[in-house]
Design a protein around this ligand. Structure first.
Ligand code: TYD
Length: 154
């Protein structure tokens, strides 16, 4: 392990992500260097699933609202690689707001979580690591359908 990882205090590259709720902040390792910082992520290691898809949002207008859906099975970790934005997550019982602005820190979102994203800064880049390939049939796009599924799962 690099000393730089110890100094910053993130998880060691071999630590397994442990998830206890429907969302969780995940801090990635960083290798500091006068030439610039380097962060890396390993599926199944720093995040609790194997990465099957990566997508990113960019050229996002500052007044845009994204998300507005939940998933039956998909798990994701969301990062602000550049700039910042707000992400609101809701498990059907509790709603919390998170401001992402540090490329080392992602927000894990479990299945059956409604998410909304807004307040994008100019030039923000949002990267998402996902546990499954894109599948429209995995989406709940209506909040009432999501709430019904939460009820059936509890
Ligand atoms: P959506 O997931 O609704 O975007 P967001 O939550 O960021 O607002 O997806 C927007 C459109 O892009 C929708 O038509 C589905 C399509 N899409 C893909 O084809 N593949 C993907 O991996 C993703 C995430 C979306």
């Amino acid at each position: 392990m690099s000393d730089a990882v110890d100094k910053i205090g993130g998880p060691s590259p071999s630590s397994k992500a442990e998830i206890k709720g429907y969302f969780q902040s995940i801090a990635l390792p960083v290798i500091t260097d006068p030439r610039g910082d380097l962060t890396f992520v390993e599926g199944g290691n720093h995040i609790p699933f194997n990465i099957r898809r990566v997508y990113y949002l960019y050229n996002v207008p500052v007044d845009a609202q994204r998300g507005g859906h939940a998933h039956q099975e998909l798990e994701q970790v969301v990062f602000a690689l550049s700039g910042s934005f707000r992400i609101t997550v809701d498990d059907g019982h509790t709603r919390t707001e998170h401001f992402l602005r540090d490329p080392r820190k992602g927000l894990y979102i479990s299945k059956l979580v409604w998410r909304e994203m807004d307040l994008f800064s100019q030039g923000a880049v949002c990267m998402v690591l996902a546990s499954q390939p894109y599948d429209e049939s995995d989406y709940f796009r209506e909040y009432q359908d999501f709430i019904k599924a939460v009820g059936q799962n509890s």
